[in-house]
Design a protein around this ligand. Structure first.
Ligand code: FAD
Length: 385
């Protein structure tokens, strides 16, 4: 059964798997072009903060774990200045500061203090197999699942939510779990798709890796679609704001601006048709505010756990993606229509939040694209037998 495409409605959305499949090629192509543009490829990140939860963490010495940083001078000054301006550093009353990072009440993740950190060209540091594994990687995943999943632990169990688990958990808890598990699935898909074969010394897709980690757990695959729809809904909601954003970066290079905007508008257009997730169904009951606060606190913890990932490249993408998902959650659950109006609130999102959101959506569409390639490989292998 794990060879089948998932079909029918995607749980907790008004979208189905077939619809996502039908747009994913176009979506992936536009996003793939978009993330190569100067605005979207440079990301500022502090990769060298201490792990706040435990003392030591393994350091990955593999060459593939390393990243290349960019000399700050290559970054348009306006983006550097913006990183230090009030856009990034909110008003003191709303600011919860910890060494090297902070969050505002509305944030679902800790954000890096923009006075620290390096610029990274994300296109030069693709997410793929690095060889990071063992107790350090497992400790990070297990603390994400076991400590931050409201007690919903699927760790080392197979299958989707059982009836008993459904009865014991609320919708918000299940959504939370799907987000985390879907993110884990997407990371695993990238590892298997851009995999290093130690016996041949070659890079390429590793079908068995994909079968073991993803395809033999159909619910994991489903959660990846779920995450894609959730991110698309966030992009659809923030669409007018994104269309009004300045992508030129004050470089005077206006040629990049219409191109970036054109690609982005194509993505927003698809998002408006496919991002059918109704955020209003969550956080409605009598304990809604408490539950939302708990949800935020857990997700913020996950963003901090990224400082415990013992491989620079994995940490980079872990930070980009938790920040991207956190931005989507903020757009869905914290901002009303008035706040989303670009004329009234042109400083709503920082540049790094916009970059993280789009790059995270790109990661998920790339994973779905890889899933199709794996299905073709599987088919070819079966035919050949
Ligand atoms: P793991 O992926 O470590 O999973 C541990 C356990 O979690 C499994 O035994 C299983 O019971 C459960 N599990 C697995 N997948 C799911 C799921 N989708 N939903 C629910 N439960 C699940 N390695 C790289 O090579 N490149 C990277 O870019 C990279 N990025 C990483 C980013 C982060 C934030 C972390 C924590 C690790 C990263 N790693 C990366 C390491 C990688 O994720 C694995 O930990 C490693 O490859 C070992 O894999 P594993 O098969 O032992 O299982």
């Amino acid at each position: 059964s794990c060879k089948q495409f998932p079909t029918g409605p995607i749980d907790t959305t008004s979208c189905d798997f077939e619809t996502v499949e039908s747009v994913n090629d176009a979506l992936y192509t536009h996003l793939h072009d978009l993330v190569q543009t100067p605005f979207f490829k440079y990301f500022r990140v502090d990769l060298y903060r201490d792990c706040p939860f435990w003392q030591e963490h393994g350091l990955c010495m593999n060459r593939e774990c390393g990243i290349t940083t960019v000399d700050e001078k290559e970054i348009p000054e306006i983006w550097r200045a913006a990183a230090l301006s009030k856009v990034e550093i909110p008003h003191k009353d709303q600011l919860h500061h910890l060494p090297g990072c902070y969050y505002r009440d509305s944030d679902f993740c800790f954000l890096d203090d923009m006075s620290e950190g390096d610029y990274v060209d994300l296109t030069l540091n693709p997410e793929r197999f690095t060889g990071y594994t063992g107790p350090s990687a497992h400790r990070v995943w297990s603390s994400i699942y076991e400590e931050n999943c409201f007690g919903v632990s699927h760790f080392d169990t197979l299958g989707a939510f059982t009836e008993e688990e459904e009865a014991k958990t609320c919708l918000e808890q299940r959504v939370y779990y799907k987000i985390i598990s879907g993110l884990h699935t997407s990371i695993s898909t990238h590892i298997c798709y851009d995999n290093f074969n130690q016996s041949t010394g070659e890079w390429g897709p590793n079908l068995q890796c994909f079968i073991d980690r993803v395809a033999s757990h159909p619910e994991r695959l489903e959660y990846m679609y779920f995450n894609t729809v959730l991110l698309l809904r966030a992009v659809a909601r923030i669409g007018p704001y994104l269309s009004a954003y300045d992508y030129c970066g004050g470089t005077g290079n206006h040629e990049t601006d219409p191109y970036t905007l054109g690609e982005l508008n194509s993505v927003i257009n698809i998002a408006q048709n496919v991002g059918k997730f109704d955020e209003k169904t969550l956080f409605r009951g009598p304990n809604a505010e408490i539950l939302k606060e708990e949800f935020k606190q857990h997700f913020r913890n996950v963003s901090r756990i990224m400082d415990c990932v013992g491989c620079d490249k994995c940490r980079l993408w872990g930070k980009v993606q938790t920040s991207g998902v956190g931005t989507a959650l903020k757009i869905l659950f914290e901002l009303d229509e008035k706040a989303l109006d670009p004329k009234l609130n042109h400083n709503l999102l920082s540049r790094s939040e916009v970059v993280a959101l789009i790059n995270t959506l790109h990661r998920f569409t790339e994973s779905l694209h890889a899933v199709n390639e794996f299905r073709d490989m599987w088919q070819r292998e079966e035919t050949a037998q």
